[in-house]
Design a protein around this ligand. Structure first.
Ligand code: DPM
Length: 324
């Protein structure tokens, strides 16, 4: 053994490739991950590779019609499987609950506020969802938000809205809508928290599975990458999101359904509330389970089965039949 002393100066840094969508929000999230890892691992180089996904390209069709199977993730996954990149940063709620063979959820980062927010048009700034006039137009392409808001505010009408956050806010400002519903987390990450008019409480709108957290996906069993990602992993968020994802996995078929959740973790006790609603908002099946955080996955599955038995199955079947 000789000449270890001279090797440190000249060895090129090992480069880790991170793959991301190109939207401003996706890049903010990816750059945050890159900067955190760079701080922890100064001996490595991190490079961001960007790609468009089907969800970025197909903007004229409503989200619920294209189906959600990897709409925002597949191109990034193919890149990792080819070996062109090492991991992908996603909004966890955009990551399907079943991942392609060869890939895994490598880590879940600390969650921000997972709630939904109302962004109002200027002209309605003295109003709330409850006091908007009959027929006021709210923009969302989320069946979950649609069904829950229809349930609570039958006087409102709902209109699809697609595009990235900037596009949606522009469409609102241009007068196409009285208000739009967006995730608090996305607005805050883009430094647009000041546009939030009202945060929807859990008794009005349960959030989407994984909302507000980042999910980092990598090749299954890639120990080098998993070791790096472990520094970004947040245990409470992971437990909550594993329960939420197990709940969704057990319920979902091939199409989008209004499904919402809420989780609370207190002293290792996880409380999971889940909801399945009919599209018209008339029927809401909701219940809550509680148990040790280590059993997160089982809690999610258990709640899903419970809701099915309590009437969610009928709703799921109806929506599957309609979307054929
Ligand atoms: C998914 C949904 C939406 C996104 C459906 C849902 C919202 C679509 C819409 C699965 N992905 O939430 O019920 O309202 O038209 C998305 C956003 C974020 C991640 C934007 C948003 C940022 C927040 C986060 C789009 N994905 O929900 O306002 O990290 O959770």
């Amino acid at each position: 053994m000789q000449s270890t002393a001279s090797s440190t100066v000249s060895t090129p840094k090992r480069t880790i490739r991170i793959v991301s969508r190109k939207s401003q929000l996706a890049l903010i999230q990816t750059h945050w991950v890159r900067d955190e890892l760079q701080r922890h691992f100064p001996e490595l180089a991190f490079e961001v590779v960007t790609m468009d996904t089907q969800g970025d390209k197909v903007l004229d069709v409503s989200l619920s019609k294209i189906g959600d199977k990897g709409l925002f993730t597949q191109e990034l996954e193919d890149s990792m499987l080819r070996g062109d990149s090492d991991f992908a940063v996603h909004s966890l709620k955009d990551l399907p609950t079943r991942l392609p063979q060869g890939l895994m959820l490598g880590c879940v980062t600390k969650r921000e506020d997972p709630a939904d927010a109302l962004v109002m048009h200027e002209k309605n700034k003295d109003k709330t969802l409850a006091t908007l006039p009959e027929g006021a137009v709210i923009g969302t392409s989320s069946l979950r938000r649609l069904a829950q808001l229809r349930h609570h505010y039958p006087h409102l009408t709902f209109k699809d809205i697609r595009g990235n956050l900037n596009t949606r806010l522009r469409k609102l400002d241009e007068g196409g809508y009285d208000g739009i519903i967006l995730a608090v987390a996305g607005l805050q990450r883009m430094d647009m928290g000041d546009r939030i008019h009202e945060i929807l409480p859990a008794d009005i709108s349960l959030h989407a599975v994984g909302q507000g957290a980042l999910g980092i996906e990598c090749r299954a069993g890639d120990e080098e990458i998993l070791a790096l990602l472990s520094v970004l992993s947040d245990a409470p968020t992971t437990a909550r999101c594993l329960a939420e994802r197990a709940f969704l996995r057990e319920l979902e078929g091939g199409c989008q359904v209004p499904i919402g959740v809420n989780t609370v973790l207190e002293d290792d006790t996880l409380t999971l509330t889940g909801l399945v609603a009919s599209l018209d908002g008339q029927r809401v099946i909701q219940n809550t389970v509680q148990g040790p955080a280590q059993t997160a996955d089982d809690l999610g599955t258990q709640l899903a089965k419970q809701l099915r038995a309590e009437g969610a199955q009928v709703i799921l079947d109806e929506i599957t039949a309609e979307s054929r």
